[in-house]
Write a protein of this length. Structure first.
Length: 145
C-alpha cells in the first residue's frame, strides 16, 4: 500500500504523507530525512513522528476554522471550493514567515536531505493543503535556480 507522494527537487526528494500512514508504518522516512508537520494544532500523537512542526505552513487559523465548519455542512472536498481555500491558502503562503520556511525546505532539499511534509489527510481520498504547499516549494526551488 503506497501512501506517500514525492517530487524530486535538486538533490533531495520532497515527500508528503499523513499521520496514520506513519503511525502504521505504511510510510517510513529514513533517519536522516527531515520530517516536518505542517499542522496548525498538533494532536493524536503526531509529534512522535515529526522532527518539528511548522504551523506557519498550515492554513491560517481563520481559514482552517471556516473550512472545518463548512466541511461539516457540505463535505470535505466540497468545502475547498465553497471557502475559496486554494486561493486563500496561496495568499497565506506569501507571508514573510511562510516564505522563510519554504526557503528552508528548498535549502534542505538542495543539500541532499529528503523532506517529508506531514498532516492528517490521506490525499488519495481528500484534499489537503500539502498539495498546494508542495507546488509552492517546487516553484520556489525553480525560481532560485
Amino acid at each position: 500500500m503506497e501512501t506517500e507522494h514525492k517530487t524530486t527537487l535538486t538533490e533531495g526528494t520532497l515527500h508528503d504523507s499523513y499521520h496514520a500512514a506513519l503511525q502504521h508504518s505504511h510510510d517510513e522516512p529514513a533517519d536522516n530525512d527531515l520530517v516536518i508537520g505542517v499542522v496548525r494544532e498538533p494532536m493524536y500523537g503526531i509529534q512522535t513522528h515529526l522532527d518539528d512542526n511548522w504551523p506557519t505552513l498550515a492554513p491560517s487559523r481563520e481559514l482552517l476554522t471556516e473550512f472545518k465548519e463548512t466541511a461539516d455542512e457540505v463535505g470535505h472536498n466540497e468545502a475547498v471550493t465553497a471557502v475559496n481555500f486554494r486561493e486563500r491558502y496561496q495568499n497565506w503562503l506569501t507571508g514573510t514567515e511562510q516564505k522563510k520556511r519554504i526557503n528552508q525546505i528548498v535549502d534542505e532539499l538542495r543539500s541532499g536531505t529528503d523532506v517529508w511534509l506531514i498532516c492528517y489527510e490521506n490525499t488519495d481520498d481528500k484534499f489537503c493543503h500539502r498539495d498546494i504547499l508542495k507546488s509552492e516549494i517546487t516553484q520556489a526551488a525553480n525560481n532560485q535556480k
